[in-house]
Write a protein that binds this ligand. Structure first.
Ligand SMILES: *Cc1c(COP(=O)(O)O)cnc(C)c1O
Length: 485
């Protein structure tokens, strides 16, 4: 066959494809336009036709029978199915609900703390009704959004005043900008942390227009190091929680109470960026001790900054608490307006804080704490219930076993401590190692309608069940039926 004849056949195949109008007039398309609207459906039909044309063109010369067969099936029904799939994919949304089986409870990449039901209800109300965000209901005058929540924060922390911004990075940036711009902030070299996602203390200082005065060494900083660094340009002494690392061995750091004494002798304020900042003593639930905000205030800190969505268990937010005069200054800074929280944050934060007023129920009602204190026996029982479904779905090539696992708190809280629990380990049955096959399982789990996120370690895919509570467990088991390897 010569080239001319070949391209003629090809041309004829392409010409047989239906027009957009023809596909749009089909009955099956009506269902799609009812859901997605005509504009989107026309675009999807165009894309489907284009995809089919591409397939036809891609078939190599000499394989005309294949191409003819494809063209013959390239009928309207096929195009409609293609368009429907395209529309469904597009409407699924980018922010998806997943199963966090990583073993990290406060996983920054998976959205950190989960809100308790109380907070979810107030968020829905605030989303669908007007609220007194900046309206004083007593006087009828304009109010301040900080007023809504300040008293509650002060009650729980023992601070004189409080303000809330978008996240803790914003809290530190705002605090330093308001108090130490064009002045010096003294920080120990052992505390110049980098938190994932480009929060670095030296960079924040630079952005805030403050000069970072580093003191001490990586492993040892003494009281006299701070003393000697204080000069006429010093505006603030600052401590930073070593959130995601621990310095051990031959070490020395200056506690907040001693640092507060030094600062106050020089009439300077001292701030502590607690990072995770818990409002309650975690040791009472057998968790590793972490400095509390109240304890830090009691020890003499003039300002404390911490996150809303780490151990506190609330929405993303940054809280700044401390001396009234300093908070007033911080509130007046122009950055405060740029970094302020929206009504959804306040709607979610208040009920979470309210839970702390009833410490007896906290471990049950505050989702983060409930997950962190979940009894190992409960996770073991869950693992036994989930194992058969996953084993059946994965088939004989894989071995799914119930195993003890260590979860982490995450988000820089208590970096070295691990919590014993249970989960499922998936291994390749026949092989000693099975790197590629395991990565395939990991990928297939991640591509499920509700993606399952685990982690591969020691030649096994580990699915930690700490964060798989009752309803999710049922959903997980049901979804196993959809697994296709
Ligand atoms: C997590 C953390 C931050 C950043 O807080 P975000 O709420 O993530 O902005 C800052 N400082 C410390 C010590 C932290 O642990």
């Amino acid at each position: 066959m010569n080239d001319a004849a070949m391209s003629e056949r090809r041309h004829a195949r392409l010409a047989r494809m239906p027009s957009v109008e023809r596909v749009m007039s089909m009955h099956a398309v009506q269902t799609l336009t009812d859901v997605y609207g005509r504009t989107q459906v026309v675009a999807a039909v165009r894309a489907a036709l284009e995809a089919l044309r591409g397939e036809l063109r891609a078939i190599a010369d000499g394989q005309d029978d294949d191409a003819d067969a494809l063209a013959a099936t390239g009928d309207e029904a096929r195009i409609v199915a293609h368009a429907a799939h395209f529309l469904e994919q597009r409407s699924r949304g980018y922010l998806r609900t997943v199963f966090n089986l990583t073993g990290t409870v406060l996983h920054t990449n998976l959205g950190r703390a989960l809100l308790p039901d109380e907070a979810v209800r107030t968020v829905i109300d605030a989303l669908t009704h007007p609220v007194n965000l900046e309206f004083d209901l007593t006087t009828g005058a304009r109010g301040d959004r900080d007023d809504l929540i300040e008293a509650l924060i002060c009650e729980l922390t023992g601070a004189e005043a409080a303000t809330v911004v978008n996240n803790n990075a914003a809290a530190v940036l705002l605090m330093v900008s308001a108090l130490a711009s064009r002045k010096e902030v003294v920080v120990s070299r052992g505390e110049l942390v980098e938190i994932g996602g480009a929060f670095r203390i030296p960079d924040i200082m630079a952005r805030a227009g403050a000069r970072l005065r580093e003191v001490g060494t990586t492993n040892r900083t003494h009281a006299k190091d701070y003393e000697e660094a204080i000069g006429p340009r010093t505006a603030l002494l600052m401590k930073v929680h070593c959130s995601n690392y621990a310095i051990s061995g031959f070490t020395k750091s200056v506690d907040i109470d001693e640092l507060a004494q030094i600062a106050h002798r020089h009439a300077l304020p001292v701030a502590f960026d607690l990072g995770s900042g818990t409002l309650t003593d975690l040791a009472q639930w057998g968790l590793p001790a972490e400095p509390t905000v109240r304890g830090t205030i009691d020890a003499g800190a003039d300002l404390v900054t911490f996150s809303g969505d780490k151990l506190l268990g609330g929405p993303q937010a940054g809280l700044i608490v401390g001396r009234e005069a300093l908070i007033r200054k911080i509130r007046k800074h122009p950055l405060k307006r740029a970094l302020r929280v929206g009504k959804l944050t306040l709607a979610a934060l208040e009920p979470v804080l309210q839970l702390y007023r009833a410490p007896e129920f906290l471990a049950q009602r505050l989702t983060t704490l409930r997950l962190l204190t979940r009894p190992a026996a409960e996770m073991h029982a869950a693992a036994l219930r989930v194992q058969p479904a996953l084993q059946r779905a994965l088939g004989e090539r894989y071995a799914v076993t119930v195993e003890p696992m260590f979860s982490q708190i995450g988000s820089g809280a208590l970096p070295v401590d691990q919590l014993p629990g249970y989960g499922l380990a998936v291994r390749v049955a026949a092989a000693k190692r099975g790197g590629r096959a395991l990565m395939q399982v990991e990928k297939v789990l991640r591509e499920l309608p509700r993606p399952v996120i685990g982690r591969i370690a020691d030649d096994a895919l580990r699915l930690d069940l700490r964060c798989l509570e009752a309803e999710d467990e049922t959903a997980f088991i049901a979804q196993c039926a959809e697994l296709r390897l």
